[in-house]
Design a protein around this ligand. Structure first.
Ligand code: HEC
Length: 718
């Protein structure tokens, strides 16, 4: 029997339940997926920490994910997730960990190096990981994460492998792509996306590996569907490739940046990068779908619903760098579900979520197609949104030269500038060389934007770094009586020079190989080239004999360098075709090492998605040296995204200056700066545990060669 009071209580309870379901922010209470949720909004409805009390924020705990040992750590770019009071994340050496989210106390760790799967399959000894995924059904609770080519399924309570998943708890992603797995390289850097009993994956891949998007069963690890990002003859989009056999051999066209998911509609959103190679497309002419596209895929079946290509026939490495934010915006007075896609080019595309139609006009604008590279055929137009305006500068002329330096340094960069001349976005690559802006890393980066459903503001941190791109013909000089050393040189030019430079001098994020002989012998060198390491892709295409020849050249081993090259020329050494590589990844810098472009070098922009207007924009990050001279607003290179809260705050690390910043979300005013143990090259996560709000960020640093750390630092009100 229900008396009046209980009826009232029941009614009250039900209305609360109703309110909870109705109020959209209740959905943003947790951080159970990387990016805060399937929509990748990086928004939290928590408001305990707000614009009145942020000064009381202090360190709650620090978790040293490698026990604070003295090793120099690699970058740590993980955006951790929190489920039922437990935080899951990854250490710089890619150990998976579970800690109490309120105390930072370790519950368990899983070391992939200990697993059978790892020993059997693991080709890339270390790699990058930007997040993990969680799935539960009753007491069956699992964490899915990737290390190199392996997807591991780990029991979320015990940290043990779920042995019934795949083979001994893991699956190897080189299988099931429809090509010879021995030649493939796959190493996802972004988390898989979970939907019902499925998860989706694509990932960082080698130039010879297709970036197809796949669904797997979470229980068994079985492959359920595959979407060919390089279409097969029966697929739509096949006709956009002049080479009718592209689907058999073309690589990349991968979704390395990770996914967003509309759970209600069952649509997976996958941003893709360009087909290989990054800067020369003479062997892949055509529009090249589905490169550089945002794909909307039916999550159940893998069928394409729509696509939007952001760069046609890309030869500038303008991969889509982050999953889109799934937003709801007021457009012409009506709420519309849309997707906001940031790009390395600095454009922001706002598209209808169901149809892919742009909400603001996008024009196909004619671009320069004059190229001297043999067989290259540049696409005559590129899509450019009229609104919002670009987030970064897209052209470089003499007015853009850095003038914060002394006369001598200025003369030096002016000289370099005169050699290459002015340029703008989509300037054709050439052997003479061009300045590339926005740079290869962006524009907008892999951290992705944050979106505030309350105000409909989208926050994007960006970089303005110019690069110098010089193309060089890969002449095929291999003669029958070649020495190991000479063959190695040719092999180097075709496989390694792009990153390590013409003279092995390195540049940008790529190390010099001069003196490598001090660290490697032929055997360890061949192993490294085969396995890859972190951002260095493994090479499974070169034969062992070719790798030994390569070792003789790179390590300058006199005893073997005059030996005749006994290797059979493999398919990777094309005999007839002219191809091009670049002379190296070279940032255009001043003699002191500052960007040769004038500031701002980093920015943070708030865009009102209702109107497309930039509401505020601030230089983001700083250099002590300039600050000391009274020049504050230079901005600085930054990677990793922001997180925004109902409490009126935006939290962001990302900057090379190693600061964690608390910013007023409506005005852009920097409220507070906190020094991190090493730069937080990652996106913060925001969650609640035992009634308290926390903000946590991975502080891996090391990206710029400076400080590195294994620390996750959590903040709360003191
Ligand atoms: C896509 C860019 C890229 C390509 C292509 C590439 N590398 Fe690397 N390489 C890297 C990066 C990045 C590192 C640093 C890896 C790390 O952080 O551990 C590296 C590291 C190395 C190292 C170790 C250097 C050291 O100081 O320990 C060697 C040796 C090397 N590469 C050789 C090669 C050779 C030989 C090739 C051609 C078969 C090649 N690389 C192709 C990016 C590349």
């Amino acid at each position: 029997m229900i008396n009046n009071t209980s009826k009232w209580l029941l009614f009250f309870g039900l209305s609360l339940l109703f309110l909870a379901c109705d109020a959209p922010e209740s959905a943003y209470h947790s951080w159970s997926k990387t990016g805060g949720g399937s929509e990748n909004l990086k928004y939290s409805s928590l408001n305990q920490i707000d614009t009145t009390n942020y000064a009381k924020l202090g360190v709650a705990w620090v978790y040293y994910s490698e026990k604070n040992d003295s090793t120099k750590f690699g970058p740590m770019e993980c955006n951790p997730i929190v489920v039922d009071g437990v935080m899951y994340g990854v250490s710089p050496k890619l150990k998976l960990f579970a800690v109490n989210a309120a105390t930072g106390k370790e519950l368990w760790t899983f070391n992939p190096a200990d697993s059978v799967a790892n020993k059997t399959w693991h080709r890339s000894s270390v790699n990058m990981n930007r997040g993990v995924a969680y799935w539960a059904n009753g007491n069956d609770k699992r964490v899915i994460y990737t290390v190199g080519p392996i997807v591991f399924c780990v029991n979320a309570v015990t940290g043990n492998l779920v042995k019934s998943f795949g083979q001994e708890g893991g699956i190897n992603l080189v299988n099931g792509l429809g090509r010879n797995p021995d030649k493939l390289f796959v190493a996802p850097t972004s988390p898989v996306m979970v939907y019902k009993n499925l998860f989706f994956v694509s990932g960082l891949v080698g130039d010879e590996t297709p970036g197809h998007i796949r669904a797997f069963d979470i229980k068994s690890g079985q492959q359920k569907w595959i979407f060919h990002t390089i279409p097969y003859p029966q697929d739509k989009g096949y006709e956009t490739w002049d080479d009718t056999t592209a689907y058999k051999h073309m690589g990349s066209t991968n979704s390395w940046a990770g996914f967003s998911l509309d759970e209600k509609r069952g649509i997976l959103f996958a941003p893709t990068g360009n087909p290989s190679n990054d800067f020369y497309g003479g062997d892949r002419t055509g529009m090249g779908l589905y490169g550089n596209s945002l794909l909307a895929i039916d999550a159940e079946t893998g069928k394409l619903k729509w696509h939007f290509q952001t760069v046609h026939h890309d030869v500038w490495d303008m991969d889509l760098p982050a999953p889109p934010a799934l937003v709801t915006v007021t457009h012409n007075g009506k709420p519309i579900d849309a997707v906001a896609q940031t790009t390395k080019t600095g454009f922001l595309f706002l598209l209808n979520r169901e149809t892919g139609e742009p909400l603001f006009p996008v024009k196909e604008v004619p671009v320069n197609t004059a190229t001297s590279l043999e067989n290259e055929k540049l696409w005559p137009t590129q899509p450019m949104p009229e609104i919002p305006k670009p987030l970064v500068r897209q052209s470089f002329d003499s007015n853009d030269l850095n003038n914060l330096i002394d006369v001598k340094s200025y003369a030096a960069i002016k000289n370099t500038f005169l050699k290459y001349g002015p340029s703008k976005i989509f300037t054709p690559p050439s052997t003479k060389g061009t300045i590339v802006l926005p740079g290869y890393d962006g524009g907008a980066e892999w951290g992705g934007p944050a979106f505030d459903p309350e105000t409909q503001l989208l926050y994007v941190n960006t970089n303005e770094m110019s690069w110098i791109l010089e193309m060089v013909e890969n002449k095929n000089k291999i003669k029958p009586l070649l020495t190991n050393y000479d063959a190695g040189k040719v092999i180097y030019t075709q496989n390694c020079m792009n990153c390590h430079g013409t003279e092995m001098e390195g540049g940008g994020n790529y190390p010099s190989l001069i003196g490598a002989a001090k660290i490697y012998n032929t055997q360890t060198f061949v192993q490294l080239v085969k396995n890859g390491r972190r951002m260095m892709p493994g090479n499974n295409v070169l034969t062992d004999i070719e790798k030994i020849a390569l070792a003789s050249y790179v390590l300058d081993i006199k005893t073997v360098q005059q030996q005749k090259f006994a290797g059979l020329l493999s398919a990777s050494l094309p005999q007839q075709k002219t191809t091009y590589g670049l002379t190296g990844y070279n940032k255009f810098l001043t003699p002191e090492g500052y960007p040769a472009i004038s500031p701002p070098w980093g920015s943070l922009t708030a865009i009102d998605l209702k109107t497309g207007a930039h509401v505020w924009k601030i230089p983001f990050g700083e250099f002590e040296a300039f600050k000391a001279k009274g020049i504050q607003a230079t901005g600085r290179e930054n990677y990793g995204g922001p997180a925004v809260t109902k409490g009126g705050l935006l939290f962001i690390g990302a900057s090379a200056d190693g600061k964690f910043r608390i910013i007023h979300k409506r005005t852009g005013k920097i409220l507070r700066e906190i020094d991190l143990p090493a730069p937080g090259v990652a996106t913060p996560s925001i969650y609640e545990a035992n009634g308290k709000q926390y903000v946590v960020i991975a502080c891996g640093g090391s990206k710029w060669g400076g400080k590195s750390s294994d620390a996750y630092v959590a903040f709360t009100l003191q």
